[in-house]
Ligand binder design. Sequence first.
Ligand SMILES: [Fe+2]
Length: 354
Amino acid sequence: MSTAADILKPLPGVIEPRWWPGEEVLPPTSYTIDGSGYAMKESDLAEDSALSRRMNQVFDDVGLVWLRNTGLTDLQSMRRFAKLVVENEMRYEGGANPRDDLEPNVYEVGAPLTAWLHYHHEMAYVSHSTRMLAFLGNKAIAGKGATYVSDNLQVTDAILATEFGQKLKELGLCYHRNLTDREQFRDRDPIGVYNHWQKSMLTDDPDEAMETARSRGLDVEWGANRLLKTRYYISAFEYFPQLDRNVLYSSVADDGMWFDTWPNVMHLPFSERPLALTFGDGTAMTRAEKQQFVDVYDRFGLPVDWADGDVLIVCNYRFAHGRPGIHLEDHEERELGVLIGEAYERIGDVDGKW
Ligand SMILES: [Fe+2]
């Protein structure tokens, strides 16, 4: 039986990311745009405005746009500027993470603030992924609560140069997810709960839930207590058409490790956690391999230290994103809005495009 203190205690020996090497992996001028050089008014929101052209150019070239000094004070205006690059926003659809609306069309991050969030590519664990995403700095604290992004082109080259990278290339991955039944937790604390299948699949009907999961490319079966168990087999890499090459598209964020600092789940052994990531043949990754998986993203990471009104647009192929846990003082507030960009169907890697 878990005690109240237990559920807030990480297991010993967890692998904590270091996030970045402490020195620049990319020149900041290559991805930063200073909003104070623009009016940041309606006229800048035209598709062919100087700001729009600059943002799209930087996004095409680098895959990362950090628009700073915007003077913007509300999520809806930040969203409109983000949309100069982010076309065809994805609505929340079945199979994704638990996320609530902060405001119309702006989602919350969908994870506890105190938990560190390992580097990841958004929605790598379903066939229906996204090309890009944007973060909106609604409430920022200087010097605290930075998001980190990792240069995935350098990461891909580095991992392919290792034995582990070659193993990932050869075996692919299986994403194991166990979604709990909301009915079982009506009068119980949400111990061990990540996401109920009703919320993930947007239905209370078990047959419909299975159908939605299958339409997302998942193998599904029911476990005890109406636990919905999904499995997704796919390459650890994804073909990126713009650069005509495969890039790494996976991380330990889809393993039980995701919950190492997650209240209500971190005290559980890995066998009881809602997510697991194995090689495509079902074999487990060793601790050393998981350490390598964390390290490779840390080597090419860079911090995005938020100020109010900042807008960050991230190519989901060329960058992974994550952040350390955030511990606020009573008077502090930190809130980011999230936009998910255009959806696409994952194809995995393409032969000869390494
Ligand atoms: Fe994310």
